[in-house]
Write a protein of this length. Structure first.
Length: 389
């Protein structure tokens, strides 16, 4: 068991490193240098302020060097007109980023290029800045997750038991309809309905005293319901379909037929066999699905102006804020991998029949060793066939 856990942790760390490297290289390769863009704009708008412009350009150059956007071994006087088009190798930049991660305890993920982001939110680090917005994402995703999970599992169980009936067909149609209809189509329709009902068509921030005083606490809470409802409709379908399939699989198994032949009631069969057997696969998708909701609500947060993490990430990409992007990537990836390990390990406690082996018959190392052994044996046989020459 412990060997399995350690192996999973090792693979999780390797996965985190690979994802971090790929994301960093992609952003570093395609994102623009924001300081170079400002320098180009300053040059184009300079008129009669040569001294001020020269100082601004030098400051922007120094910041580009500080954030490892361009090489640091240049003579400024020689490259003052061309450094805006230079780029440091993404792999070297990644090395600097890793170095700062382990050598800068105060700000291991660095600072944003735009220092105003921290000043506007009264924060001192990227992690503090990110978590300040995370609470708004939780406000709309956590209730939506709880409602959709409970309602989706309930409807899925009901549809599974009523397989082939009108109820099953109706629930399936509902699930498929909202799977096919994306949230960016439903959102504008719902916003237009809210306008007609005189309901605020945007998320009212409880930290914004002006809006709270203007609308009141009641309307503030009501303004949270539409984005929650959209998320519920989007995620409900997945829970219904998955639960229904699991219930049907259990109900058509041999041990259910044996239980029925023993005279057990439907209630006893449900709690002793059906619920117990569907709980493990459901547990495997619940927590990862919530993390998916938490990190992937860009459409909902944009339409309702929710100041959540999805908007932070979406706004960081065009600005080239690689440190913010990397923090969010590491945070959500590590959270997903950690919860996956927790879920896998919990299976052994939920069902004692599950045993984790320390090795797999399909191990790549065993496959490579066997391949080398076959090659060695083939070469020896070939040598013998040639008379030992």
């Amino acid at each position: 068991m412990w060997k399995y856990i350690l192996k999973r942790i090792g693979f999780a760390i390797l996965t985190l490193i690979i994802i971090t490297l790929v994301v960093y290289l992609l952003v570093a390769q395609f994102a623009e240098n924001p300081f170079a863009q400002k320098a180009i704009q300053a040059q184009q708008s300079a008129s009669g302020h040569a001294g001020t412009t020269a100082k601004e350009l030098r400051d922007l150059y120094d910041k580009s060097v500080q954030y490892h956007l361009i090489p640091n071994n240049l003579n400024y006087e020689e490259v003052k007109n061309t450094w805006m088009n230079m780029r440091l190798n993404p792999f070297i930049r990644f090395g600097y980023w890793i170095q700062e991660l382990f050598t800068n305890p105060k700000n291991p993920f660095g600072l944003p290029f735009d220092q105003n982001l921290l000043q506007q939110t009264n924060t001192t680090s990227i992690s503090e800045y990110f978590f300040k917005y995370l609470k708004y994402s939780i406000i709309i995703t956590l209730p939506a997750f709880v409602i959709s999970a409970i309602l989706g599992i309930t409807l899925g169980i009901f549809a599974g038991y009523k397989r082939g009936s009108v109820y099953d067909a109706g629930i399936n149609f509902f699930a498929l309809f909202f799977i096919a209809l994306p949230s960016f189509v439903i959102a504008p329709i719902l916003i237009s309905i809210l306008f007609s009902l005189n309901i605020p068509p945007q998320f009212i921030n409880f930290n914004n005293k002006t809006d709270v005083e203007a609308y009141g606490v009641g309307k503030m809470i009501v303004s949270w319901i539409p984005p929650i409802a959209i998320i519920v409709l989007g995620s409900l379908s997945g829970y219904i379909t998955y639960t229904r399939n699991q219930v049907i699989t259990v109900l058509t198994s041999n041990y259910i037929l044996i239980a029925k032949s023993k005279g057990l009631s439907k209630r006893e069969i449900f709690f002793k066999y059906v619920l117990r057997n569907i709980s493990i696969p459901l547990a495997a998708i619940l927590i990862p699905s919530y993390i998916g909701l938490l990190s992937g609500g860009i459409v909902i947060e944009t339409y309702w102006n929710v100041p959540g993490t999805s908007q932070v990430i979406a706004q960081a990409f065009p600005k080239g804020e690689i440190n913010i992007i990397m923090f969010s990537t590491v945070f959500f990836t590590a959270l997903s991998l950690f919860t996956t390990i927790i879920v896998d390990v919990s299976f052994a406690f939920l069902d004692p029949r599950i045993k984790y082996t320390t090795s797999s018959p399909y191990s790549y190392t065993k496959f490579i060793a066997a391949w080398k052994e076959r090659n060695k044996e083939f070469e020896m046989n070939e040598t013998v066939a040639k008379g030992g020459k």
